[in-house]
Write a protein that binds this ligand. Structure first.
Ligand SMILES: [Zn+2]
Length: 142
């Protein structure tokens, strides 16, 4: 695996990826973790595995919750295997959620639903099935 590292001052909490403000507030600190979706190959089993901080900050200006970037996204998501639609119980939850919000907010064909980080469309499919326009974004930050 090509693990291109990104220079990050360990003393700095960094800047907000959206507005550039200095990050000062911890949202959750889960310690150190290997990169998600990074599967070890048999020839790597006796090698050290890289761990990076899994420390999410929340921006006090725009409230974006974010991780600092320690490795490039293409080194994490090149062999991405998680799709929300794999879980039948999660799909049922998504369907129930859509039924609830469509009724609560009186959504119609004139509404527009937007989901940020929509994965494989597991949620939006239920809006579309009701004739409600839906748009999903998959985020890759460079
Ligand atoms: Zn911000």
């Amino acid at each position: 695996m090509n693990q291109e590292k990104i220079t990050n001052n360990k003393q700095s909490k960094g800047s907000c990826l959206f507005c550039g403000s200095e990050l000062n507030h911890t949202f959750v600190d889960l310690g150190m973790s290997p990169p998600c979706e990074s599967y070890r190959q048999p020839e790597q089993l006796n090698e050290m595995e890289p761990f990076y901080p899994l420390h999410a900050y929340v921006c006090e200006k725009c409230f974006l919750v974010q991780l600092q970037e320690y490795i490039r996204p293409e080194n994490i998501f090149s062999d991405y295997a998680y799709f929300s639609s794999y879980s039948q119980t999660w799909l049922q939850h998504a369907k129930n959620y859509v039924d609830t919000v469509v009724e609560r907010f009186q959504l119609t064909a004139q509404s527009q639903v937007v989901e940020i980080a929509s994965n494989d469309g597991y949620l939006l499919q239920y809006f579309v099935a009701k004739g409600i326009p839906a748009l999903g974004y998959v985020l890759i930050v460079h």
